[in-house]
Write a protein that binds this ligand. Structure first.
Ligand SMILES: C[C@H](O)[C@H](O)[C@H]1CNC2=NC(N)=NC(=O)C2=N1
Length: 97
């Protein structure tokens, strides 16, 4: 099982993930898309990536605003897998705008 990162390690990693915030309990990013269908299309792409990685974000959908939260449930905190997922979510959001 992957190790939960320390608060310092999470802080360091968030330095390279400008749109994310959080701590060892979880990292999150909120993003507003142009429309509800655009937001759902992003969710659909994130879902495919999550399946590929076998690692899944918590997703809150409010009209065209999405909040992604990444935490490794089985480990009880943020691991390197969440950072990888966050970077992949950023790639998808970037290409959707
Ligand atoms: C069997 C499978 O690998 C696990 O259930 C995975 C699936 N996706 C997951 N995603 C997240 N975020 N945390 C987990 O602990 C987790 N567990």
């Amino acid at each position: 099982m992957a190790d939960v990162l320390t608060a310092e390690a999470v802080r360091d990693e968030l330095g390279g993930l400008a749109d994310w915030s959080g701590d060892p309990a979880g990292i999150s990013r909120t993003v507003e898309l142009g429309s509800f269908p655009d937001a759902i299309a992003v969710v659909d792409r994130v879902a495919a990536t999550a399946e590929e990685l076998d690692h899944h974000p918590d997703i809150d959908i409010r009209w065209r605003t999405l909040t992604f939260r990444c935490v490794t449930h089985s480990a009880g905190g943020v691991t390197h897998r969440d950072l990888e997922l966050a970077r992949r979510i950023d790639d998808i959001v970037r290409s959707a705008r």
